[in-house]
Design a protein around this ligand. Structure first.
Ligand code: NAI
Length: 293
């Protein structure tokens, strides 16, 4: 919080309308957070039933943080489900948080770009895909910046503001200003594999998962990490991030000869992605890890 205050607010005009595409773990919570901080948000996904859980989580967040019914209602009113994607044309900023697949993201960009208003910025929440792989889907790649939030959005201050070789300075500054506008801490970095945080985090998680392969129970590893001062152990964190997402990041960072944890591969192959699917390294009940699987 102190560092955020020291950074100060920006002189750039605030983002008034944000459009988020993908209402999953990240997109849903980014939308909820931005609305909590006063931004009007349209939230798009493939079907209304994919948006509904995000709206429910947003309501829980507002109830916890805002307490007063009229403030909760105002935040709910600012968060608008939008399956048709009509918010794209009005938004100052569009954040894409759909599946971690370059081809799917490029297809989406090609549909979205012609509808964007002049001066609007397009951001990707990708955790691992270099922006250089995405911007050739755009007629104007200079509109693209990475805004990489961390999970859980409401608790994690940091947002990596990712610069592609085509991102101009004013777009980087606008990304940083938006992070500050919603009380997050911007960390500008270049679009290199894993950006900054995942480049450091992924080898740590990978080593912990290799220890599971060696027969050490997840509980033992996580307890040791907590004794060491970590707020959460690496195996619980991997489950919480989503093993499919962790897998995709790991593939992006893997060097030839890197050792892939066997248990991780078996879980991802079996669609046991961690907290979001109710089972990963742990079985998850009511949002809490109960016992290793
Ligand atoms: P998720 O699987 O929870 O949600 C993705 C959502 O996108 C789903 O609701 C899906 O229906 C929707 N979607 C897919 N294609 C779509 C399309 N064409 N149009 C509209 N909606 C579409 O995934 P999650 O975990 O939220 O990840 C989303 C992005 O955020 C990925 O790029 C991921 O790498 C990144 N990310 C994930 C983090 C995590 O901890 N899970 C952390 C930081 C970034």
């Amino acid at each position: 919080q102190d560092r955020l205050k020291a950074l100060g607010k920006s002189d750039l005009p605030p983002i008034r309308h944000l459009h988020v595409i993908g209402a999953g773990a990240m997109g849903g919570d980014i939308a909820a957070w931005a609305s909590l901080r006063g931004v009007t948000v349209t939230l798009q996904d493939l079907a209304p039933e994919r948006i509904a859980p995000a709206i429910k989580r947003a309501h829980e967040l507002y109830t916890k943080r805002l307490k007063l019914p009229h403030l909760i209602q105002a935040a709910m009113d600012r968060l608008i489900p939008d399956v048709a994607g009509s918010g794209v044309a009005k938004a100052d900023l569009i954040i894409e948080a759909i599946v971690e697949n370059a081809e799917v993201k490029k297809k989406l960009f090609a549909q979205v770009e012609p509808k964007m208003k002049a001066g609007a910025i397009l951001a990707s929440n990708t955790s691992s895909i270099p922006l250089q792989e995405l911007f050739d889907a755009l007629k104007r790649p200079e509109r693209l910046v990475g805004l990489h939030f961390f999970n859980p959005v409401a608790q994690m201050m940091l947002v990596e503001i990712v610069e592609s070789p085509r991102t101009p300075q004013h777009v980087m500054l606008a990304g940083q200003a938006f992070a500050k506008q919603i009380d997050k801490l911007p960390l500008p970095c270049k679009s290199a594999p894993g950006f900054l945080v995942n480049r450091v985090l992924t080898p740590y998680l990978n080593e912990a998962m290799l220890m599971v392969d060696e027969g050490i129970p997840p509980e033992t590893i996580d307890a040791a990490a907590k004794d060491f001062g970590m707020p959460m152990g690496p195996i619980e964190l991997a489950d919480m991030v989503g093993l499919d997402v962790g897998w995709a990041v790991g593939q992006e960072l893997a060097k030839p000869g890197a050792i892939v944890p066997k248990k991780l591969k078996a879980l991802v192959d079996g669609k046991r992605f961690g907290k979001k699917s109710g089972e990963g390294f742990y079985k998850w009940v009511n949002g809490k890890p109960v016992k290793s699987s």
